[in-house]
Design a protein. Structure first.
Length: 273
């Protein structure tokens, strides 16, 4: 059998190619970017509000104790942090990593959370461990609930929808508690129900779920978690009437363990008069 000889030059080229590919994959999956949006509403009663949205963490860690992620969040000077689901992954959730994130995040700003499809899929023991841990860390869980907060003299209404109740009458029912004269921010994990969300005319909808399409080419997401190609609602801002929906590309990964041309994202929304 003839031996294949590999020259030193070819070996060096192969090592360099492998190193470049590793750097490319690392930057696509571990290099966090921030996206900022300004939403204007006459319903603000005082000063502006900085909202940081965290979505689809999937127990991902960026540096020791999530140091790099915390640095990104702090730099945005949030008045409130809104977590829009899938903070863990199934079938192997790493609850400890998710709770460490919560403990660090609540030291920066008040945190509010609504569940995603991965939390819905947790078994009872893991679900209880996650939720009790989040509450202990100081996270406000608003699954199918509303809350009114005051920041910089402005009163903001928060409304959260459980992932199992995104397209039924739950939103209409809980929206009856809200004041039409105040801005409302709806936390709803999955964006494909945007037309339904607009029924109660929230000022802002924050969603995630799609991971930006996992792979992005020419500014368009390729694949949704429902295995639909080129989903209509993949990332960024969408407007219908007086409602704006912002979809985070998220931070982590789930079934497909790779993001391409789709860096992890932290979203900041400047709610202004």
């Amino acid at each position: 059998m003839k031996k294949i000889k590999i020259s030193k030059k070819d070996l060096i080229a192969a090592v360099l190619a492998a190193a470049l590919f590793w750097v490319f994959c690392w930057s696509n999956n571990k290099c966090i970017v921030t996206s900022e949006y300004s939403i204007h509403t006459d319903k603000l009663t005082g000063g502006g509000v900085n909202i940081v949205q965290i979505s689809d963490l999937h127990s991902e860690v960026f540096g020791a104790h999530n140091r790099r992620l915390m640095k990104k969040i702090k730099a945005l000077r949030p008045d409130v942090i809104l977590i829009t689901g899938d903070i863990v992954s199934t079938p192997l959730p790493d609850v400890d990593k998710a709770l460490e994130f919560c403990e660090n995040a609540t030291k920066i700003a008040p945190c509010y959370y609504v569940d995603g499809n991965h939390e819905v899929a947790l078994d009872d023991d893991k679900h209880d461990e996650l939720y009790s841990g989040m509450e202990k860390a100081g996270v406000n869980i608003i699954d199918n609930k509303t809350d009114t907060i005051e920041i910089n003299g402005s009163r903001i209404q928060l409304m959260g929808l459980e992932d199992e109740h995104l397209d039924d009458d739950t939103q209409t029912s809980i929206a009856a508690e809200l004041d039409d004269d105040l801005p409302t921010v709806l936390l709803a994990h999955e964006p494909q129900y945007f037309e339904d969300y607009c029924r109660t005319q929230p000022t802002l909808v924050l969603s995630g779920h799609v991971h930006g399409g996992q792979f992005r080419f020419f500014g368009k997401g390729v694949l949704s978690p429902e295995v639909k190609f080129f989903p209509k609602y993949d990332a960024g801002a969408f407007v219908s009437g007086s409602t704006t929906m912002i979809i985070s590309r998220g931070l982590g990964k789930s079934l497909i363990p790779l993001r391409l041309f789709n860096q992890p994202e932290v979203v900041c929304v400047h709610l202004e008069r």
